[in-house]
Design a protein around this ligand. Structure first.
Ligand SMILES: *Cc1c(COP(=O)(O)O)cnc(C)c1O
Length: 424
């Protein structure tokens, strides 16, 4: 497509956008005197207008029924998570029984690693990306220590080659082969939070399985952003949060996936809780943990209904819009942002001091573009913020921006370009 750096072009793109009506269904922040260009859906998605009603409904049920709401509420709390499973499963390309919404992301990764990281003999190593999201780094480190192993010797990190910003996937495959029967687990972020690089999860899974390793992904930056096919790719396990692209409230509930092939494995290590116990006999309160034969087995506690309600509000919007349409718009909208940044770079050639480090290939990224700024990076970022651009700053000098296809417009991107020009 031939893009143009004009308001008329951006407006025409918005007019022809099949998802344009969704923008109205979100609340845009208004804490500045000027209109806000919100490019931080990769950090905290905007609030759907409907969220309040979904939460209010459960508050009303609580007021009306008290404890009986577990059974008498329109969506009984006893099985509230079941109203989310099929919709969450659709977003990650899974069977309904392979997915459950529960706990928070870091908690879920720990619980999944209890089951899926089983160092034995010389098969102890974990392969991950260098500079993984801090929580993931701490999870891996402390899981390794929990097994009495040394993180230094056990965790193998793949970094970009010298002078590069992205990880060469060939290096991941080569390392998997090199580690061979020493490799217990591959655990990578499906989309890197810093660079926005999307990894080929299907191939990584195949390569990992070929040497007998388990393969899991943190999908915090992929869920609601990338067309995922976890079941088909035979990924062993995955987890994601719901508050980034999935717009489901700060610190909101997380989703987890366990492939069907593991669901009946009774020999698996688990940390059990009553909500993971066979629900047909849960209230017999008997001794002896009997895990369900679905992803629900990884639930410990009864569902935090208010947070789940916020997630359901958003899942209903995703269900209506559909991931295919969202991803189609994402590709064009992010490419337009890339074009605008390049245009501004060209116009201001000498003064200009930024470069996009996210892959240029749209099959290797989602909505996010990370801009590396040389020189007075922080000053540029502060200026953008004052002018109403809510982006995200990562030390030492990266600005991350993610136009979200549900609520961002081409006009947002055009005006961002105007502000960027002004800054320069
Ligand atoms: C956002 C994010 C987290 C956050 O974890 P919480 O448990 O929800 O606080 C973890 N890992 C990655 C890769 C993230 O992007």
């Amino acid at each position: 497509m031939q893009f143009e750096n004009t308001l008329a072009f951006a407006q025409k793109m918005d007019e022809n956008d099949p998802l344009k009506a969704y923008r109205e269904r979100f609340l845009f922040p208004n804490f500045l005197a000027k209109p806000i260009i919100y490019f931080t859906g990769n950090s905290l998605g905007l609030q759907p207008r409907s969220t309040k009603d979904y939460i209010q409904k459960e508050l009303d049920a609580w007021a009306q029924y008290g404890v009986e709401g577990h059974f008498l509420a329109e969506k009984p709390w006893f099985s509230y998570h079941e109203f989310l499973s099929a919709k969450a499963a659709k977003i990650v390309g899974a069977l309904e029984k392979e997915v459950v919404v529960t706990h928070s992301l870091s908690t879920n990764i720990h619980l999944l690693m209890v089951s899926f990281y089983k160092p034995q003999g010389k098969r102890t190593k974990i392969l991950c990306e260098a500079k993984a999201f801090p929580s993931d780094q701490y999870i891996l480190e402390t899981q390794v220590r929990f097994h009495g192993l040394d993180p230094e010797a056990t965790i193998v990190e793949i970094a970009p080659r010298a002078g590069e910003h992205l990880i060469n996937e060939e290096d991941i495959y080569a390392k998997i082969e090199e580690l061979g029967d020493e490799l217990a687990l591959v655990m990578i972020g499906g989309v890197n939070y810093y660079s926005g690089q999307l990894f080929d999860m299907k191939t990584i899974t195949e390569k990992g399985h070929a040497v007998g390793a388990i393969v899991g992904f943190d999908l915090a930056h992929a869920a609601g952003n990338i067309l995922l096919k976890l079941h088909e790719w035979k990924v062993d396990f995955a987890a994601w949060c719901s508050y980034k692209y999935l717009n489901s409230s700060p610190g909101g509930v997380s989703g987890l996936f366990v492939h069907e092939k593991h669901l009946k494995d009774k020999s698996m290590n688990r940390f059990g809780g009553w909500w993971g116990h066979d629900k047909s006999v849960r209230f017999l309160m008997e001794k002896g943990f009997r895990p369900m034969e679905t992803a629900e087995a990884w639930q410990l506690s009864n569902a935090p209904v208010l947070g789940m309600a916020a997630h359901l509000a958003s899942l209903d919007i995703f269900d209506e819009a559909g991931m295919e349409k969202l991803c189609a718009k994402r590709d064009v909208l992010t490419a337009y942002l890339e074009f605008i940044i390049d245009e501004v770079s060209k116009l201001y050639g000498e003064k200009c001091s930024f470069e996009i480090i996210t892959p240029r290939d749209k099959t290797k990224r989602g909505a996010q573009l990370s801009m590396l700024v040389h020189g007075e990076a922080r000053k540029l970022f502060d200026f953008l913020t004052e002018e109403g651009v809510i982006a995200d700053w990562r030390e030492p000098n990266v600005i991350r921006m993610a136009p979200a296809p549900l609520y961002n417009s081409f006009e947002d991107v055009y005006y961002f370009g105007q502000i960027l020009s002004k800054a320069l």
